[in-house]
Design a protein around this ligand. Structure first.
Ligand SMILES: NC(=O)c1ccc[n+]([C@@H]2O[C@H](COP(=O)([O-])OP(=O)(O)OC[C@H]3O[C@@H](n4cnc5c(N)ncnc54)[C@H](O)[C@@H]3O)[C@@H](O)[C@H]2O)c1
Length: 307
């Protein structure tokens, strides 16, 4: 397929482009920042450029990952977020419909599901972790979430009005940098990322694979939205205990975890405030992340065996 990949110079785009090429696809990368994966240096907010690019390259499928996201909140105006994340998505949808594109995958974010109340740990007014599925009604707490949710709605509208097959992937975090709260967590970056695989993280390789499967299945799915995160061991009835004493809950599912963590000098978060449930992606998209918390523990156990 001839695929337009937006955000091709980014972390996800750079992981995705070579995988798509290995599968035999012809990838046109579009990003304002130059890179080896970017063929067209420009913005999705430039409507003429987007229309021309889709038409002239006879694009069959769009993977739309380019965005201003959470780190940009500090340094970009709200109007830049609207221009890139909302108008840019609209431009791509219009170009896709005009060119008869039959597959559109939109990289969204689990972050849009985090309201201020969830952020404050007050699910339903009570102190318990939020159990997050695609069924909940998001109330995003920042401009990133608001513009991503608006873009999701545009995708849905274009499916309804034009029959464009669109898969929305609400991905959990896969960024390589340390968390912006790292200074208060007092853990190594590897420790924090391992903990997050229990409820809010996936590897960039898994994120790329989810996009590839979504691309394949889009025509059959029509329109759907999926949370994409490493499979959680937790269940909804763990939510109160996850806030009160997360290490005990983790130890219930992984009795070997305290000893393995102790060997590394690692710690578990004392409290876990949300869980992204990726079971709909498993059931309808057929996607499960390859890497989970269990793999981290197996890795630590393996290190011990080799020592
Ligand atoms: N990194 C995460 O943990 C995470 C979590 C959830 C969702 N996401 C989403 O995944 C996607 C990729 O994120 P990433 O982590 O690779 O971020 P990134 O910042 O590395 O990549 C985003 C890319 O989008 C490009 N971009 C910005 N404005 C653009 C425009 N006007 N036109 C075209 N491209 C533009 C940037 O130049 C950049 O190369 C984003 O849509 C982001 O919202 C990321």
């Amino acid at each position: 397929m001839r695929i337009l990949l937006t955000g091709s110079s980014g972390w996800l785009g750079s992981a995705l482009a070579p995988r798509l090429r290995e599968l035999g696809h012809d990838v046109t990368g579009l990003d304002p920042v130059p890179s080896v994966e970017t063929h067209i240096v420009g913005s999705i907010a430039d409507r003429d450029l987007v229309m021309r690019t889709v038409r002239d390259n006879r694009i069959d499928a769009v993977i739309h990952s380019g965005a201003l996201h959470k780190p940009n909140i500090e340094n970009r105006a709200y109007s830049d977020f609207v221009a890139t994340n909302v108008q840019g998505t609209l431009n791509l949808l219009d170009a896709a419909v005009a060119a008869g594109v039959q597959r559109f995958v939109f990289t969204s974010t689990t972050s849009l599901m985090i309201s201020q109340a969830i952020r404050d740990g007050l699910t339903g007014g009570a102190r318990k972790a939020a159990w997050l599925t695609e069924e909940m009604t998001p109330e995003p707490r920042n401009i990133y979430g608001v513009t991503k949710l608006s873009a999701e709605h545009l995708c849905r509208l274009y499916h309804i009005q034009h029959g464009l097959p669109v898969v929305v992937l609400r991905t959990a975090r896969f960024f390589p940098e340390a968390d912006d709260m790292a200074h208060v967590i007092e853990q190594s970056d590897a420790n924090t990322k391992a903990n997050e695989l229990l409820f809010r993280r996936l590897t960039v390789e898994d994120a790329a694979d989810a996009h590839i499967l979504a691309l394949e299945k889009a025509p059959r799915l029509g329109f759907d939205t999926f949370i994409v995160s490493a499979p959680t061991p937790f269940r909804p009835n763990d939510c109160a205990a996850l806030i009160a004493d997360a290490p005990s809950v983790v130890a219930r599912y992984f009795p070997e975890f305290p000893a393995l963590y102790a060997r590394k000098g690692w710690t578990m978060f004392s409290s876990i405030d949300r869980v992204y449930d990726a079971s709909r992606a498993r059931d309808r998209l057929g996607f499960v992340c390859k890497t989970s918390f269990a793999d981290v523990l197996a890795g630590i156990a393996g290190e011990e065996g080799r020592a």
